[in-house]
Design a binder for this molecule. Structure first.
Ligand SMILES: C[S@@+](CC[C@H](N)C(=O)[O-])C[C@H]1O[C@@H](n2cnc3c(N)ncnc32)[C@H](O)[C@@H]1O
Length: 277
């Protein structure tokens, strides 16, 4: 009886957080509460690697499947452009800062910026990695001069944004031939989001280079990442465990089922700005 009641309450909490995930106060609260997220430096779904071994990158070893998502954005970038000596990189929605820390490792000569709508995100990111620059800002209107960045990365935030406003801002901020590398999920079939992205990008000087379905990679990581999943579940209060099961796409969760039946997809896309504008 108590177990059933606590499961129901936990599910209600999950729906509340999911319905309000556009609200910055939800993230302010989650990132501020160290007993919920204190042991994490990423807030994204993990994926198994696409075409090589799983990334091992201290100090992110406990979250390698999560870091792998960021690694795929850089691999995709390198398929299009080569690292310059003075690369300027922006992460939109930097969350807990794990991605920013990864960028400063993998691109040691780059100048890295991170922004997020949540001020607790910027606070936590700064603490994790002070080798980057940060701002509390809305992805729809960013406090940077036009043509400031060679690479813009956005992981798991596009679903919270107005795509038109975000693409317009990206087009403004990228240098000619600059690259946008996005990973996101949608409760829709891959072919449908693929179509949607193509249609929206057509309105901007952003040329799509790749759109890859990573849904199977998410399911594979969900099988392989059991040690981390149990570690996370063991550390957070019971009320948040159902939410955590969903966010970690654990077998039996609604997210896992919808990924399995291809009603939800996880994907990567990269686009490059025209050389002259
Ligand atoms: C699922 S988390 C992903 C965080 C991080 N990218 C990661 O993968 O660990 C989504 C993030 O998007 C941020 N966010 C939501 N709406 C935003 C907006 N309009 N502008 C900037 N950040 C936003 C939230 O504050 C949150 O940190």
């Amino acid at each position: 009886m108590i177990k059933k009641l606590s499961r129901q309450l936990s599910e209600k909490l999950h729906h509340f957080l999911a319905d309000n995930s556009r609200n910055k106060w939800v993230y302010n609260y989650l990132y501020y509460n160290k007993w919920i997220t204190g042991h994490l430096s990423f807030f994204n779904t993990g994926i198994a690697p696409v075409d090589e071994e799983l990334l091992t990158l201290r100090p992110n070893d406990f979250e390698n499947y999560q870091a792998q998502v960021y690694h795929e954005t850089i691999k995709a970038y390198r398929r299009i452009a080569s690292d310059k000596n003075s690369l300027t990189v922006l992460e939109v929605a930097c969350g807990l800062g794990g991605g920013i820390k990864y960028f400063t490792h993998i691109l040691p000569n780059a100048t890295v910026f991170g922004i997020d709508l949540s001020f607790t995100s910027v606070y936590r990111s700064k603490k994790l990695c002070d080798a980057a620059h940060y701002a509390v800002a809305n992805a729809h209107q960013l406090p940077f001069k036009s043509a400031s960045f060679d690479l813009i990365v956005a992981v798991e935030c596009l679903n919270k944004l107005d795509m038109d406003l975000f693409f317009a801002e990206t087009e403004r901020l990228l240098r000619p031939e600059g690259v946008l590398s996005v990973v996101d999920f949608r409760p829709m079939m891959f072919v449908d989001i693929q179509e949607k992205i193509k249609n929206i990008c057509a309105g901007y000087s952003l040329h799509i280079k790749e759109i890859t379905d990573l849904t199977d990679r998410v399911l594979e990581a969900s099988e392989q990442d059991r040690v981390r999943q149990n570690r996370v579940l063991g550390r957070i209060p019971w009320g948040f465990r159902q939410v955590a099961r969903e966010l970690m796409v654990m077998p039996g969760s609604k997210r896992h089922t919808s990924y399995l039946h291809k009603l939800r997809c996880y994907y990567l896309f990269t686009a490059q700005k025209s050389s002259s504008l």
